[in-house]
Design a binder for this molecule. Structure first.
Ligand code: AMP
Length: 188
């Protein structure tokens, strides 16, 4: 199974990614988690991306591709992947497809987790309290949702056009969303 999870911040990509990886026995690769680990470890990559994360801006494409593609290619040879947080733009999707196609590693399904804006903001503010993420403050949340609208949401039409898209209502309890995704994938 090679699956992309796309959705606005707060749609539940991380939660669903972990659940699906456990249910389907494939690797969960989350670009945000990878980047936060680099920042925490104060690595050279972490130092160059921390400002982008704090402002809620997208990290430059080449840094993300270098970080994520080796993991995607390795996971493809080992049962597949659930990729959460990448691609974040059509340009990233096109670049990744070029690299993945040669290795039979391109995504087979894309799930778009759809939720209304007020539910997303409510979840992100709750997560700010629970996890203390530096990018879950009110102003950065607004910025991240704006970047989703501008840069990431065109992926919905892009993947629909490629006949890979499943739209799932993410404004439901996590268990219900997981079941809806598995049903959409024909995995139950
Ligand atoms: P997330 O945990 O997916 O919400 O990602 C947190 C932050 O990491 C984002 O606001 C971006 O700054 C950065 N990030 C994660 N994935 C990507 C990506 N595919 N392209 C660019 N920046 C990314």
């Amino acid at each position: 199974m090679r699956l992309l999870l796309i959705g606005a911040p707060g749609a539940g990509k991380g939660t669903q990614g972990e659940r699906l990886a456990a249910r389907l026995g494939v690797r969960h690769i989350a670009t945000g988690d990878l980047l936060r680990a680099e920042v925490k470890g104060d690595t050279p990559l972490g130092q160059s991306v921390s400002g982008y994360l704090d402002r809620g801006q997208l990290v430059p494409d080449q840094l993300i591709l270098d970080l994520v593609m080796p993991r995607v290619l390795a996971a493809s040879q080992d049962g597949g992947y659930i990729l959460d947080g990448f691609p974040r733009s059509v340009a990233q999707a096109v670049e990744a497809r070029d690299l993945a196609d040669h290795a039979d590693a391109a995504a087979e399904h894309v799930v778009f987790l759809q939720a209304p804006r007020d539910a997303l903001v409510e979840r992100l503010l709750a997560r700010a309290v629970a996890e203390g993420r530096s990018d879950d403050t009110h102003d950065v949340i607004v910025n991240r949702l704006g970047i989703f609208d501008e840069a990431t949401s065109p992926l919905v039409d892009y993947f629909r056009g490629r006949r890979l898209l499943h739209v799932v209502d993410a404004d439901q309890p996590a268990d219900v969303v997981t079941d809806a995704i598995l049903t959409a994938l024909g995995a139950v």
